[in-house]
Design a protein around this ligand. Structure first.
Ligand code: ADP
Ligand code: GLC
Length: 481
């Protein structure tokens, strides 16, 4: 029996992306397909999305979706079916999915994503003729009201739901005054409904109502049971006990393959690693860096506290002092952007930065860099270290969340066994990161060990195979149960 799943996400590659959620939502349909799950993805109709799908068929209309007219468009996401919620009052505006051009969150985000979730709950509940689903899979707070709307739906609608946490730090927490605008029955205003610390919690509501909860690595699944990582929801997570699963993300191995990647100056493989040098030379010139064979670190990241970018700023002088160079691509916190500009000015030819978002450049950096730094304070899964593994760009990561689960530290035993794939360090502070950088540079000059790290990384299994099967097995278990 094929399980029909509606996957609901506020972003999905290749239509719209601000972070790893988009990579995962975009890859999931193909990941679960071989395991008996037929997935349809639903996204909001931002201008970018409407433009990408072109002329699409309207399969449903809401005269009033939380007070605004909306249509449901049917299109394709690659080979897989796609549904787009076209609600112009909510989604047709310039700027990003969540914020305006200057980075300020849209004031009506609660209404935009409640409406999106309401639409998904209607579709999953069978409101649209010809569209039937066995199960709904909601991602992050923007889709978290889907399980809540389903739980408080009229008698007779019983669709199981999976709620995936990609990042506990974003919860969609609003004041009590928005409650009447959600169109939920009064009984939803309770500790087992949407109420959270006297206000409305979107993620909290979804976690409370979902049939099962997943997050994107086993270590993060354990971490969010604690106050340090649970961000206030640790009690709720603990109370859901066995129903919280950690399933690590895979990567799209067609998009991220150094043998075929159209963005690269030079293709290469596990057996032709020496050819990476051409990509390194191209990267040095793109970032205005001195050209030589010394270690070149790269960073591709949101510039935020989560990602430990403040600590990286402190360590740059040490890195350069040891003969390292750094190429950084990212955007985010304005003070951090200024800090990286200052570091580049201090170290001409040694530190190059690009503030902004550039997908093709991110591929070239993985292909040309020697090591990728990921000093996150918390990291539900993390994808850039996985891309690093696939590209022979050795990951240097803090031991947390998915970073702990996907990189094997180059301790002596792991090197001897040929298992090591990167460098891990414990605390995210100056001393630990500076040590990790020193250790990485020493390893880099031990050419045999370094090649071993690169090869073991490229050989490791970062595909969706196992995780696609794990999601499909979870879906099946919920339908049996
Ligand atoms: P998060 O979703 O928390 O930002 P992930 O590591 O899961 O972290 O995913 C980040 C994704 O966004 C990766 O695909 C990474 O390559 C990409 N990315 C991050 N910043 C940039 C940037 N400035 N330019 C291009 N791609 C970026
Ligand atoms: C979030 C997390 C990141 C994860 C991504 C995809 O953005 O911060 O660690 O890889 O979601 O699951």
């Amino acid at each position: 029996m094929t399980i029909r799943v509606l996957s609901v996400a506020s972003e999905a590659v290749p239509l719209v992306k601000t972070g790893g959620l988009a990579d995962v939502a975009g890859a999931l349909p193909a990941a679960v397909a071989p395991h008996g799950a037929a997935m349809t993805t639903m996204v909001p109709g931002y201008p970018k999305v409407l433009k990408a799908i072109g002329k699409a068929k309207a399969v449903h209309a809401w005269p009033s979706l939380l007070g605004e007219p909306a249509r449901l468009l049917a299109a394709k996401l690659g080979e897989q079916p796609l549904l787009v919620v076209d609600a112009p009052a909510f989604f047709q505006r310039d700027g990003g999915p969540y914020a305006d051009g200057s980075g300020r969150d849209w004031a009506d985000n609660w209404r935009r994503f409640a409406a999106f979730s309401r639409a998904a709950a209607d579709v999953a509940g069978g409101a649209v003729k010809g569209l039937a689903f066995d199960l709904v899979h909601a991602h992050d707070w923007q889709a978290a009201m889907v399980p809540a709307y389903l739980r408080f739906a009229p008698e007779g609608v019983a669709v199981p739901s999976v709620m995936t946490i990609h990042n506990m730090a974003f919860q969609g927490h609003y004041g009590a005054e928005i409650f009447p605008g959600l169109g939920l029955p009064v009984e939803a205003w309770s500790i087992h409904g949407v109420e959270y610390h006297g206000g409305v919690g979107f993620l909290k509501a979804g976690l409370e109502a979902a049939s099962a909860i997943t997050t994107v690595s086993p270590t993060y699944a354990r971490e969010i049971r604690t106050a340090e990582f649970g961000m206030g929801l640790e009690g709720l997570i603990r109370s859901r006990g066995e129903r919280v699963h950690g399933i690590v993300n895979g990567i799209d191995t067609h998009e991220w393959n150094p043998e075929t990647d159209p963005a690269l100056a030079q293709h290469y493989s596990l057996r032709t690693l020496a050819k990476r040098t051409a990509n390194k030379r191209a990267l040095e010139s793109a970032f205005g860096l001195d050209s030589h064979d010394g270690p070149l670190f790269v960073v591709i990241s949101r510039l935020t506290w989560q990602k430990g970018m403040d600590v990286l700023l402190e360590v740059i002088d040490h890195l350069v002092g040891l003969g390292g160079r750094l190429a950084l691509l990212g955007s985010g916190d304005m003070a951090m952007e200024a800090g990286f500009h200052a570091a580049a000015a201090r170290h001409p030819g040694k530190v190059g930065i690009r503030i902004g978002y550039d997908e093709a450049l991110s591929h070239r950096m993985q292909a040309g860099g020697d090591a990728i730094l990921v000093p996150s304070r918390f990291e539900p899964c993390g994808l850039t270290q996985l891309y690093g593994l696939a590209y022979g760009c050795v990951p240097v990561v803090s031991r947390t969340g998915g970073l702990a689960d996907t990189v094997i530290d180059a301790n002596l035993a792991a090197i001897a066994a040929g298992a090591a794939t990167g460098v891990q360090f414990n605390a995210v502070n100056y001393g630990a990161l500076a040590d990790a950088v020193s250790r990485t540079i020493a390893l880099y000059y031990d050419r045999d060990s370094w090649r071993g790290l690169q090869r073991a990384g490229m050989k490791s299994d970062f595909s969706w195979g196992r995780s696609g099967a794990a999601y499909a097995a979870l879906y099946a278990s919920l339908l049996e149960g």
